[in-house]
Design a protein around this ligand. Sequence first.
Ligand code: AQP
Length: 346
Amino acid sequence: MSAFKERVFSGVQPTGSLHLGNYLGAIKRFVELQSRMDCIYCVVDLHALTIATPPDELRDGIRGVTAGFLAAGLDPKRSIIFNQSQVHEHAELAWIFSCVARVGWLNRMTQFKEKAGKDRENASAGLYTYPVLMAADILAYKATHVPVGEDQKQHLELTRDIAQKFNADYSASIRARGGADAFFPLTEPLIGGPAARVMSLRDGSKKMSKSDPSDYSRINLTDDIDMIAQKIKKAKTDPHPLPGSAKELATRPEAENLVGIFAALCDTTPDQVLEKHGGAQFSQFKSALVDVAVEKLGALRAEMVRLSNAQDHIDAVLADGARRARAIAHPIIAEVKEIVGLVSAK
Ligand code: AQP
């Protein structure tokens, strides 16, 4: 049995508008977890600074993601909901971790390569060290479980590497304090289900993403019914009818994506979707998918719109969450400082 108390942590960047990939791959699963575990959900606004964002857009984005959390069903009484920059322990631990992580580890991060593109020399240093801050976000709470989409798997592995190296480098200091051998847990990623990687509606080989220049590549959680219907109807497909089993989707990325989205929205499996829709032409299947998407996302969108006029409420939720988050992170970081040999006022 692990010596660590089970605790969930995850974050979402306030860049651009939330989309179906963020919802099915992450936020919907946050909601499922809050009834069985202690959960901390963070709007990771410091991460958003890694790519230049106009200040007003960033402020709106922070409140917009918070509204998305609440509209999706996160309960601020049960879960801790806050924005990262209100808890300075994240940035403090990130610095200590940047002295634990190796440059060679960061050089292997594929997300940096994808986001920096060809102009790597001109990317911000923050974009390069982003996964170190992410490790600090998680370990500032000694979180044991992190629900994320598949794109974050490599960053979670780096978090485990940092925890392991910290535990090993400072093992004598950790033991001298009379605690367990390991100070940080080796956090488990919670990745899975039919929507662990929702793909672009325009190209089944690319993940659905906020930064895709084509708005038709994604369904935004703020899209209205007509827009959702239009985007699904225009989604790229192939000329064949749907097969009878999920195994037969392996070479058909666009079909696999739409079936996966259907399954995730209905809390079922791709095989069960195909039991009902196998043999259907895409025009028929897309109509059924529009009905499901509108039914499942309509109420969420309406609540997001309502909350967009409730800025004081959103800010109060974030302030209360930050206070509760700090109460957990502060003693952990104070102990880290002692372990590494920093002197603090008593
Ligand atoms: N397409 C996706 N399918 C499944 N899960 C996804 N996530 C993101 N895209 C998909 C998951 O959503 C959570 C929050 O993501 P984020 O905003 O923190 O970071 P991101 O991966 O950078 O999101 P985007 O939309 O792809 O933004 P850009 O375009 O800026 O790169 C994470 O758990 C992520 O796995």
